[in-house]
Design a protein around this ligand. Sequence first.
Ligand SMILES: Nc1nc2c(ncn2[C@@H]2O[C@H](COP(=O)(O)OP(=O)(O)OP(=O)(O)O)[C@@H](O)[C@H]2O)c(=O)[nH]1
Ligand SMILES: [Mg+2]
Ligand SMILES: [Zn+2]
Length: 349
Amino acid sequence: MSQYDLNKLGWSNFFQQQVTEPLPANHVPARVTGVQRSSWLVATELGEQKISPAIFDDERPVTVGDWLLLDTTNEKAVFRFESRTLFKRRAPGTDRRLQLIAANVDTLFVVSSCNQDFNEARIERYLAIAHEAEVMAIVILTKADLVDDPSDMVSAAARLSPGLLVEAVNALDRDSLKCLEPWLCAGQTIAVLGSSGVGKSTLTNTLMGDTDVTTQSIREDDDKGRHTTTSRNMYLLPDGAWLMDTPGMRELQLLDVKAGIDDVFAEISSLAQGCRFADCSHESEPGCSVLAAVEGGEIDAKRLKRWRKLLREDALNRESIADRRARGKATGRLYKSIISDSHQKKGRS
Ligand SMILES: Nc1nc2c(ncn2[C@@H]2O[C@H](COP(=O)(O)OP(=O)(O)OP(=O)(O)O)[C@@H](O)[C@H]2O)c(=O)[nH]1
Ligand SMILES: [Mg+2]
Ligand SMILES: [Zn+2]
């Protein structure tokens, strides 16, 4: 068996079922293991190679973790398989664009550190995209070696979603990462997401057992990372799992993950179903079960505030991207009518 047989690459029935006819000669499934502006890295049963980027669908660009069909005679990707799971967000800045983070991930490691980066609201955002994609998420609190006792942070994080697993580790120490082994089975894909400087690449390096992935000390003064990692890459670990190291995210704007948000905030969203009005905003309405629970001390008022904020943001981003798409389509129609007009004119003259 080659190091890269399809199962080890993460191939499964889900993708096999999309092959409705025998693959043409010289065409092989290829997993996208790295995405850069001018080239993609893909892994096939023959090994890893660089190919030129291709566009199959404007609204669904290829992202790291995707499965493609590769024509090995010209090293061109000819098809993208439907993805089993997908992480997306609204692109940062003012650009109202959808941005894909990763595809076909089995487990998400949400990395935060035990220093100033620890922030419950931020972790909830990562959890929402994982829940939406139905991907198991684990919170990893790095730099546990730099604090006296991380247990308060561990329990605060564990309260952020029902049944959430939280591990406090020293990402530089292999032994302290043993707790992650159950998620690192052969053929599994694990995405590592979190802010810059929290130790995503360090974790990847330590699990790899060598130092292939670039890391850099964070600045002493402000404890912020320097955005050392600039592209998304999957690395094959000795145990056969794929770890996807990603650039630190400054902001994770939610988009189209309402169900995921409601899952993370299950204790609130389930109460909301008992409100008198179906469109209750849980701010001042009579018969609001959520507000009653806040008053009764059953739910945390701060968490309610964060839940409402995420839902508003999600709805707003969904609307603005729908707007952008609608405008894009209108321009497309305009373009078509200009072209057909010019053809008609030519026909007449
Ligand atoms: N003491 C200690 N230092 C750590 C730990 N994890 C990471 N570091 C250090 O933190 C710094 C930043 O780590 P990186 O792995 O580069 O962080 P990153 O999340 O990959 O950052 P970006 O690539 O910018 O997104 C490095 O100097 C690491 O050695 C840890 O658990 N304990
Ligand atoms: Mg990094
Ligand atoms: Zn209500």
